[in-house]
Design a protein around this ligand. Structure first.
Ligand code: DX5
Ligand code: ZN
Length: 215
């Protein structure tokens, strides 16, 4: 069974509460919360206040994806604001410190790889993260085209012996999601496809049915 994390980057910010209700009522497994600083990526998104308000209102799993030049300064505030899992990029400054702090706070650790970063770069880590987030677009914007080469990166992570969860983010739909699940991915992030879907509950049902065939 594959899981779906709906990305609120694609939601209508004037109706955020309705967007989260839709995510929950359609049976999504997590809320993917993208944080962008305008430096690590050429876009600015949401900060801790939105997460705090959202987590106070909704009982959901908050999967926080930090696209920050130096995420180590922001771990505590996102933890206090309700993150369940925090993902930092291997390409950002002080990521080892950030990972250490996420662990100390008892949250799940995610590590993300931009498209050009090879799976082998994970070998620089002292301990394996709970989740590896494979970016299948250049981080920064929703609605971009999926990079099919990233299916191979998922398979490589499994060949390397990585046994934690693998999440894939960017341009994911039901078609490439099936191939990603077969290659070993567990969690599919969907922004545009989820919010543009005419029947989100059916989309979630179909994602939950995708098989997993780890290499
Ligand atoms: C991009 C973000 C994604 C984005 C995915 O940098 O990390 O989470 O919301 O959106 P879609 O599914 O529209 O590609
Ligand atoms: Zn993301």
């Amino acid at each position: 069974m594959s899981k779906i994390a709906a990305s609120i980057l694609a939601a209508d910010t004037m109706h955020m509460g309705d967007a989260v209700r839709l995510i929950q009522e359609s049976g999504c497994d997590a809320i993917h919360f993208d944080v962008m600083d305008g430096v690590f990526v050429p876009n600015i998104s949401f900060g801790p206040k939105l997460l705090e308000d959202m987590s106070a209102e909704f009982d959901a799993w908050f999967d926080v994806h930090l696209m920050l030049a130096d995420p180590s300064h922001y771990i505590d505030v996102f933890a206090q604001s309700g993150a369940n899992m925090i993902t930092v990029h291997l390409e950002s400054a002080n990521y080892q410190q950030a990972i250490k702090r996420i662990r100390e706070l008892g949250l799940q650790v995610g590590v993300s790889l931009k498209p050009a970063t090879p799976a082998s770069a994970l070998q620089t880590l002292h301990d394996m993260p709970d989740m590896v987030l494979v970016m299948s677009v250049e981080p920064g914007f929703g609605g971009q085209a999926f990079m099919p080469e990233m299916i191979e990166k998922v398979a490589q992570l499994r060949t390397m012996g990585y046994t934690g969860e693998i999440e894939v983010d960017g341009g994911v739909n039901l078609e490439n999601g099936k191939l990603l699940a077969e290659a070993g991915a567990d969690i599919l992030v969907m922004g545009t496809k989820f919010f543009k879907s005419e029947n989100p509950a059916e989309l979630v049902r179909q994602i939950h049915q995708l098989g997993k065939n780890k290499l």
